[in-house]
Design a protein around this ligand. Structure first.
Ligand SMILES: NC(=O)c1ccc[n+]([C@@H]2O[C@H](COP(=O)([O-])OP(=O)(O)OC[C@H]3O[C@@H](n4cnc5c(N)ncnc54)[C@H](O)[C@@H]3O)[C@@H](O)[C@H]2O)c1
Length: 309
C-alpha cells in the first residue's frame, strides 16, 4: 500500500511518522512546497526505522507529484494553521487555493485514491477537495471527529480517573465550536457516562472539548499536531486494512439527518472503499437543533468559498 501525505509541516510529518512506525503502509511519500522540507523530514523518519524497527519506506519530494503516482490514500494537510486570535474560518481564502491546486495534482497521478482532508476550515476544505476532484463522496472525507472525540475522551478519562482505552464516545457536526456532543452515546467500560459523572461536570468537559483546538493554539502559538496527525493515520489504517471501523468522519450528507449537499461530521463505517456506510442515529430534538446550527455555520463558510469562486 502506498500513502501520500501532502504538507510536511507539523500535522503532515506526524501523520507520516505514525504511518511508518506502525507499518500502516509499505511506502509513504511526503510532499511539500517548501524546498527540501519533505525530503528532510522523510529522511529523518526513515533513519528512525532501524531504531524503532519498521520497514515502511518514507521519502519526500518538493512539489513533484509524479512520485505520488498510484497512491491508495492521500492525506492533505497543506495549508496555514491557526495563530492565536484566529478562527479556523479565517484561513479559508489561502487554504482553499492550496487545497484546490493540491487536489488537482493528486487526482492527476492517483485517480483511484481515497482523499482525507485535514486542512482547515475542515468541513469546507473537504467540500473543496470534493468539487475539485469530482470523486464520489465515499472517496473524499475530512478528519476532525476522531480528534474532537479523542479530546473529549482524554478530558473524561482524567475527570473519572479511568483509562482512556475504556471510553467509547461519538461527537458529531462541524469541526469547531458548533460540534454536537452526544453524552447519551458515551460509555465507560459499557456503563453510561451519565451514571458516573454529574451533569455540571460533564457540561464543563463538553465546553472544553468544543474549544479544545483553541486551548492548544493559545498555549503553543500554533495549532496541535500529535493528536491530529495520529487521528488522520488511524483513518488511513481503517482504509488500507479494510477494518470497517466506526468513526465520526466529515462526509457529504446526501439526505441523511434531513441534510443535503453539506459536509458534516457523522459516524460512518470506514473500509477499503472509503466511506462504506453513513450511520444515521435517532437524534432527539435538542441534538437535532445543535446539528442544524452546525449545518448553518458550515453553509455560511461554504458561501464564502463560493463568493471566492
Ligand atoms: N482537521 C483538524 O482537526 C486539524 C487539526 C490540526 C490542524 N489542522 C489544519 O491542518 C493544516 C496544517 O497544520 P500544520 O500545523 O501542519 O501547519 P504547518 O504550517 O506546520 O504545515 C503546513 C505545511 O503545508 C505546506 N504547504 C503550504 N502550501 C502548500 C502547497 N501548495 N503544497 C504543498 N505543501 C504546502 C507548508 O509549506 C507547510 O510545511 C492547517 O490548515 C491546520 O489548521 C486541522
Amino acid at each position: 500500500m502506498k500513502v501520500t501525505v501532502v504538507g510536511a509541516g507539523n500535522v503532515g510529518a506526524t501523520c507520516a511518522d505514525v504511518l511508518a512506525y506502525r507499518e500502516i503502509a509499505n511506502e509513504v511519500i511526503l510532499v511539500d512546497i517548501k524546498e527540501g522540507m519533505a525530503e528532510g523530514k522523510a529522511l529523518d523518519i526513515w533513519q528512525k526505522a532501524p531504531i524503532n524497527l519498521y520497514d515502511t519506506h518514507t521519502s519526500g519530494v518538493t512539489n513533484d507529484y509524479s512520485k505520488t503516482a498510484g497512491s491508495d490514500v492521500v492525506v492533505i494537510t497543506s495549508g496555514l494553521p491557526r495563530k492565536p486570535g484566529m478562527t479556523r474560518d479565517d484561513l479559508i481564502e489561502t487554504n482553499a487555493g492550496i487545497v484546490k491546486s493540491v487536489t488537482e495534482q493528486v487526482i492527476k497521478y492517483s485517480p483511484e485514491a481515497v482523499i482525507i482532508v485535514v486542512s482547515n476550515p475542515l468541513d469546507v476544505m473537504t467540500y473543496q477537495a470534493h468539487i475539485t476532484s469530482k470523486m464520489p463522496r465515499s472517496k473524499v472525507m475530512g478528519m476532525a471527529g476522531i480528534l474532537d472525540t479523542a479530546r473529549y475522551k482524554a478530558f473524561l478519562s482524567e475527570a473519572l480517573n479511568v483509562s482512556p482505552k475504556d471510553i467509547q464516545a461519538v461527537l458529531m457536526g462541524g469541526h469547531g465550536d458548533t460540534m454536537v456532543p452526544l453524552p447519551r452515546y458515551t460509555t465507560v467500560g459499557g456503563i453510561p457516562v451519565t451514571e458516573l459523572i454529574e451533569k455540571e461536570k460533564l457540561d464543563v468537559i463538553i465546553e472544553r472539548t468544543k474549544f479544545g483546538g483553541g486551548e492548544l493554539v493559545k498555549l503553543m502559538g500554533t495549532s496541535a499536531w500529535y493528536a491530529p496527525g495520529s487521528a488522520a493515520a488511524q483513518m488511513v489504517e481503517a482504509i488500507v486494512r479494510d477494518q470497517k471501523r466506526v468513526f465520526p468522519v466529515c462526509v457529504k450528507l446526501e439526505g441523511e439527518y434531513g441534510i443535503d449537499d453539506c459536509y458534516l461530521g457523522v459516524p460512518v463505517i470506514l473500509g477499503k472503499e472509503g466511506i462504506e456506510k453513513v450511520i444515521e442515529l435517532d437524534l432527539n430534538e435538542d441534538e437535532k437543533a445543535l446539528l442544524e446550527s452546525s449545518r448553518q455555520h458550515v453553509k455560511e463558510v461554504m458561501a464564502v468559498l463560493e463568493r471566492l469562486g
